[in-house]
Design a protein around this ligand. Structure first.
Ligand SMILES: NC(=O)c1ccc[n+]([C@@H]2O[C@H](COP(=O)([O-])OP(=O)(O)OC[C@H]3O[C@@H](n4cnc5c(N)ncnc54)[C@H](OP(=O)(O)O)[C@@H]3O)[C@@H](O)[C@H]2O)c1
Length: 333
């Protein structure tokens, strides 16, 4: 079996750390692994299999002898460094927003559009986390019944904003309970014991960036610009795993039992819909799991052929690192 020379840019970050463990857990055929981050991380060591690997500074010369770069820094840095990686002969699986809507770059959720990997020109984009988490259960419904429109309301964990944001929730929680002053650095507002509209900028259409990502990226991944999509994205004081309420108008009628069966049989999904015991998807149950949990499946009286559901998925894994490694696996076939 061919083995691959892998580099992770942003290896010390919340997503980068999960890329490392996901490569290991899924037994990806790694020949060598280079870990890249900022100057600040020079001297750090991270464990992969039984080896301690030194973190190096990300530079334009980091990509010699690399087959696949898993890129997970910022969009700005990815725009600077990904072209150098492609020039050096690597394929970049980019977890940032830098290239997602570039018509020359495939945007891939392996359960939905794996064949798009085939037309890459050096860069393959990993979609936004809330988009991936919604797309996995929406896709089987789209294929079987068609989707005319859907509304997504998100409940997004702080780890979606990285390591520092997780620390901020811990520190603010302690300060709040001890009656100390609350300091907000990573987020614009207090996140402990509060929630607020997603901390991304508001666009001309008055949707924020995260909401527009869900709308535009879903259409690109599904290859269907006719789906009407609305989203409200909210940051909540949860450490890990995003949840979403989805309200969907199918093109054709569907029975709830058929939907449960369809979703149970679809890849990357676990139906958690225990009506008797009131057990439904929760972030703590979705954390550190690969599957998207789907429950509260019911008819939505607002739409013709309406279906509502509540879902939860680990945005560090399926929403980021796992999806990126799955793309690398498609490249390795
Ligand atoms: N968190 C999520 O759930 C999630 C989901 C989907 C997509 N994403 C996207 O994934 C990317 C990483 O997110 P994250 O949550 O992992 O962020 P993070 O925890 O803040 O990590 C950022 C990473 O980028 C590195 N970095 C920062 N400045 C750098 C520089 N000048 N040169 C080289 N490396 C630098 C950091 O290295 P140092 O440790 O050395 O600073 C760190 O490894 C972002 O683009 C984010 O939008 C995140």
């Amino acid at each position: 079996m061919k083995k691959y020379r892998i580099a992770i840019a942003g290896a010390t970050g919340a997503v980068g750390a999960e890329m490392l463990t996901t490569l290991e857990k899924r037994n990806f055929p790694v020949e060598s692994l280079r870990l890249l981050a900022s100057k600040r991380s020079i001297g750090k060591k991270l464990k992969f299999r039984n080896e301690e690997i030194n973190v190096e500074e990300l530079t334009h010369d980091s990509f010699n002898d690399i087959d696949i770069l898993l890129s997970s820094t910022s969009g700005t840095l990815s725009k600077v460094f990904s072209p150098s990686a492609v020039k050096a002969g690597a394929v970049v699986v980019d977890n940032t927003s830098a290239f997602r809507m570039d018509p020359n770059v495939p945007l891939v959720v392996p359960e939905v559009n794996p064949d798009d990997v085939k037309w890459h020109k050096g860069i393959i984009a990993n979609p936004n986390c809330s988009t991936i988490i919604a797309n996995v259960p929406l896709w089987p419904l789209y294929k079987k019944y068609g989707i005319k429109r859907f509304i997504s309301c998100t409940y997004q964990a702080v780890s979606g904003a990285g390591v520092a944001a997780m620390d901020e929730l811990s520190e603010q929680s302690e300060d709040y309970l001890q009656g100390n002053e609350i300091k907000s650095v990573e987020f614009p507002h207090q996140i402990a014991f509060n929630l607020f509209s997603h901390n991304s900028s508001i666009a001309e259409n008055l949707f924020n960036e995260e909401e527009n990502k869900m709308i535009n990226e879903t259409r690109k991944i599904f290859h269907d610009d006719s789906i009407l999509i609305s989203a409200t994205c909210i940051r909540v004081p949860v450490f890990r795993a995003h949840a979403e309420a989805l309200h969907i108008e199918l093109k054709n009628p569907a029975e709830l039992e058929d939907i449960r069966e369809l979703l149970s049989a679809s890849p990357g999904i676990k139906v958690v819909d225990d009506i008797e015991n009131n057990i439904f998807p929760m972030p703590i149950d979705a954390s550190e799991k690969y599957d998207i949990l789907v429950g509260r499946i019911r008819k939505d009286p607002v739409f013709e052929n309406g279906i509502s559901m509540f879902i939860a998925g680990d945005q560090l894994l399926k929403g980021a690192a796992l999806n990126a490694v799955q793309i690398a696996e498609l490249l390795a076939i």
